[in-house]
Design a protein around this ligand. Structure first.
Ligand SMILES: Cc1ncc(COP(=O)(O)O)c(C=O)c1O
Length: 443
């Protein structure tokens, strides 16, 4: 009997009791290879001794100090580290406790910036369909995940959604990837222009699409065009790198590979690698100097801002990634992972697409590879795939609704940066077995 409101009220998940590297073990002794980092969180794997030591040291010195009274060495050191490695001009950091809180803070900072700049009529956010930015009401409103939004729709601020980057289904036969990127960017420009001058606050996008659509990368030139359109209209660019950032795609920030610098960048998951709850907003200098020259106060705040133990853990995670050259590992293992996935699934009758970057990949499942027809959503294929993976000692992140929130299925893969080739072979083997078993169970 459990007293916890678990994610599903009729299912109590296994009890996780220990972790070691890329493995988690439950109370029944079953070991799982963590091929998804939970939800692309555990970038260093589990139980890393250096992170544990940093957390112990911080707890032994100072576990908590409220940010309306103090700053802490841990928070200052982490901010220094993040700014040192941030895209140029992003010289400020705001620490929170997770991805949704970070998005909320970014939305509010963006709005306050324009009010203090004397443009209070800017009150509209534009984001993309089939995106996810978190489950708090502001984050849910900008997100384009239809099933997650549906129940709360009457409570959500009005946000305009444009098309996602989804080349597998949306790039037309007569278009090059560059044409497709231009078409998407033009849709954004048209949407901003429909509102008229001085109305839109920001465009919000996951640099690489995450859980909702499965590791969808942008067509070449898309983000540079988006940046130019935002600049032309005085609209801010907020990039959500909660899932795809902090090294997951092979560079510390996914936007580095798009050659754009956002005005606000939101990070979480891989920042603390799951060792502590932490998220952050990286802000362009001009936003913060505008507030500093105006009210001098960001009208926001939470009790656990800049929590010292969370900051100490995140600093240790980031130091280990730098010291051990793990971004290079993401690139090298990422190439191996891509090769293994393509070799195994390119000819598979029920795999329509294999896509991703670095150690961030997705496999999209289809009923028919030629017509790209998805499976019947009523079959709940994602539940079957997850069950079959877990039975084989494999953690993956299968999601339904890949196409429009209702139709389509994909499996997201995001193994720790310390993964080795032998682990990747096991992951692909077990995944193949699980997919086949799940599909066979539909008969
Ligand atoms: C891209 C993205 N943004 C925001 C969030 C919300 O983060 P959190 O669950 O830490 O609130 C998530 C979580 O999955 C995410 O993937």
């Amino acid at each position: 009997m459990t007293h916890i409101i678990h994610r599903h009220l009729h299912v109590t998940p296994p009890v996780a009791v220990s972790g070691d590297g890329v493995f988690l073990t439950d109370a029944a002794g079953q070991q799982y290879i963590d091929a998804c980092g939970g939800a692309a969180v555990s970038c260093l794997g589990h139980n890393h001794p250096d992170v544990r030591a940093a957390m112990h040291a911080q707890v032994d010195r100072l576990a908590y100090a409220h940010t309306s009274f103090f700053t802490t060495e841990a928070a200052e050191a982490l901010a220094d580290q993040l700014v040192r490695t941030a895209p140029s001009g992003m010289g400020h950091v705001y620490f929170v406790s997770g991805g949704s809180e970070a998005i909320e803070a970014a939305l509010k900072l963006a709005r306050q910036y324009f009010v203090e700049l004397g443009e209070p009529d800017r009150r509209v956010f534009i984001a993309r369909r089939q995106s996810y930015h978190g489950n708090t009401l502001g984050a849910l409103a900008v997100g384009g995940n239809e099933p997650r939004r549906h129940l709360y729709e009457p409570l959500l601020i009005d946000v305009q959604h444009v098309s996602p980057c989804y080349a597998y289904r949306d790039q037309r036969g007569d278009e090059t990837p560059e044409d497709y990127g231009r078409r998407l960017a033009e849709e954004l420009a048209d949407t901003i222009e429909r509102y008229g001058p001085g109305r839109v606050i920001a465009f919000v996008a996951e640099t690489v699409g995450g859980a909702t659509q499965g590791a969808t990368t942008a067509p070449p030139g898309y983000y540079r065009a988006v940046r130019e359109i935002c600049d032309r209209h005085g609209v801010l660019l907020i990039l959500d790198e909660v899932m795809c950032g902090m090294g997951r795609t092979g560079t510390l920030h996914a936007c580095e590979q798009e050659s754009v610098v956002p005005d606000l960048m939101v990070i979480a998951k891989g920042l603390g690698g799951g060792y502590q709850p932490i998220g952050a907003v990286l802000a362009a200098d001009r936003l913060v100097t505008t507030l500093a020259a105006g009210s001098g106060f960001f009208q926001h705040g939470h009790t656990y801002l800049g929590h010292p133990v969370a900051c100490a853990a995140a600093l240790a995670v980031q130091q280990v990634i730098a010291r051990d050259g793990l971004l290079l590992n993401v690139q090298v293992r990422g190439r191996t992972f891509e090769r293994l996935l393509r070799e195994r699934f390119t000819g598979h009758p029920h795999v329509g697409d294999v896509r991703g970057r670095g150690l961030f990949w997705a496999v999209e499942l289809v009923q028919d590879r030629v017509s790209q027809a998805p499976f019947d959503p009523a079959a709940r294929l994602h539940v079957r795939v997850k069950r079959e993976c877990m039975a084989r000692g494999l953690m993956t992140y299968p999601m339904p609704g890949t196409i429009d929130g209702h139709r389509g299925d994909h499996i997201l893969l995001a193994p720790p940066f310390i993964v080795e080739d032998s682990h990747l072979e096991v992951i692909v083997d077990r995944l193949h077995g699980a997919i086949d078993a799940a599909i066979a169970s539909l008969d």
